[in-house]
Design a protein around this ligand. Structure first.
Ligand SMILES: *Cc1c(COP(=O)(O)O)cnc(C)c1O
Length: 395
């Protein structure tokens, strides 16, 4: 066994197998949709972030094809050395109007937005005050910055104020960061209280709306819009990869922030701009959302329908307030079994176990979309009833 066999990795993979957390990726054999071909079987898909069904939208596909024919398949360079196409700027202008902010800067993904923005706005001598359940890309962004990081208990406003008081005299900039919607439980950040505390103690606020973009607020304008907090959240991150159906991330804020990121946002400076087709499809998505609230209305109607259906079976759906609805089994093996049996019954919903969720918090997570029909949802609820009884989760 030589060094090139990477034996240490083989050993670590075997450890995963021993812990029962080794997995193979499922394969989607067609477009993402309410019913999808997954691992060779047509199933009701309750496992995407394609909230509005836009990933396979005809208007957006046409816009992408047209942009490709007109502008090519690639931007040719990073934004700063003339990968900056007029279509990128057009998208940013449209997003700024949509979000009711002064300016927007796009990144290649929501992940790179966090990895780029956080280190650009805080540095040594600053402190980041972070919800303990914040997304991995926020955690990485915090690590990349040279600021200190302190965590507060999930959505616990007393603990947040305790932490603020503990650190506030020792640092320059104090930045409170939270997810807008938490992806495992589907609960919404207590943004009005966070903003109030931030204003009282002179902290900045940063909300990552990856799961709120296209979902919360008027036509999906995000959590600040949902709570009527325009102008009071300093930095808003959005994604174009989930409800918007394409890929990309952005930061929305004031002009100075965006200009600073033009000079100091590292993924913006050192990684190539997204293809024109991507920007064009995103632009068309924002057009669709600006024209009417039909898709977001349908999303929320479906979310209520599925949530009520699962709850009335007696399943434990936790504290979800959004189209993310977990079915908590507690036991890891039961969650895996539930997911496997649902698949056999024609429903795809993934199990999530420790360490992604706390011990005893194992679950199958469902995400409903605007594209699901009532028949899809009734069939899915029926499958949950059958398998839930089988596994003793319900009577
Ligand atoms: C999904 C997610 C991201 C990453 O967004 P991508 O555009 O997929 O890279 C960032 N933050 C949060 C909170 C997320 O849920």
């Amino acid at each position: 066994m030589g060094v090139h066999d990477l034996d240490f990795i083989t050993k670590q993979l075997n450890d995963l197998r021993d812990q029962g957390v080794y997995r193979k990726l499922a394969v989607l054999q067609g477009p993402s949709g309410p019913r999808s071909q997954i691992n060779g079987k047509e199933v009701i898909n309750l496992s995407s972030n394609n909230y509005l069904g836009l990933a396979n939208n005809q208007r957006m596909k046409n816009a992408a094809i047209e942009a490709t024919n007109k502008l090519g398949v690639g931007a040719g360079a990073v934004r700063t050395i003339i990968g900056n196409m007029s279509i990128h700027e057009e998208l940013e202008k449209k997003l700024a109007e949509f979000k009711h902010v002064e300016a927007v800067l796009t990144f290649q993904s929501g992940f790179t937005a966090n990895a780029g923005v956080i280190p650009a706005v805080v540095d040594k001598g600053d402190i980041i005050i972070s919800d303990e359940l914040n997304h991995a890309s926020i955690i990485d962004g915090c690590r990349l910055s040279r600021a200190d990081v302190i965590r507060y208990k999930h959505s616990d406003m007393e603990d947040l104020e305790r932490v603020i008081n503990e650190v506030k005299d020792n640092y320059n900039t104090k930045l409170i960061i939270t997810d807008g919607v938490f992806s495992m439980d589907g609960d919404i950040a207590k943004l009005p209280e966070i903003v109030k505390l931030a204003e009282k103690h002179e902290c900045l606020t940063y909300v990552d709306d990856a799961h709120a973009s296209g979902v919360l607020g008027k036509s999906g304008r995000g959590s600040a819009d949902h709570f009527g907090l325009h102008g009071r959240v300093d930095i808003q991150i959005g994604t174009l990869s989930k409800a918007i159906g394409v890929v990309g991330g952005y930061v929305a804020g004031n002009k100075n922030l965006i200009e600073w990121l033009n000079h100091r946002g590292r993924p913006f400076l050192f990684s190539t701009a997204v293809p024109p087709s991507t920007a064009a499809a995103c632009l068309e998505a924002i057009n669709i959302l600006s024209e009417s609230s039909e898709l977001t209305d349908r999303l929320w109607e479906n979310a209520r329908y599925l949530k009520n259906g699962l709850k009335s079976l007696g399943l434990n759906t936790g504290k979800s307030e959004t189209p993310i609805t977990p079915v908590i089994t507690g036991d890891d093996k039961k969650a895996v079994k539930l997911s496997n049996r649902l698949f056999e019954e024609g429903v795809f919903a993934q199990s999530i176990v420790f360490p992604t969720v706390p011990r005893d918090g194992a679950r199958v997570r469902t995400i409903v979309t605007a594209a699901h029909t009532k028949e899809d949802l009734d069939e899915a609820i029926g499958a949950f009833e059958k398998v839930g009884k089988e596994l003793g989760l319900i009577q």
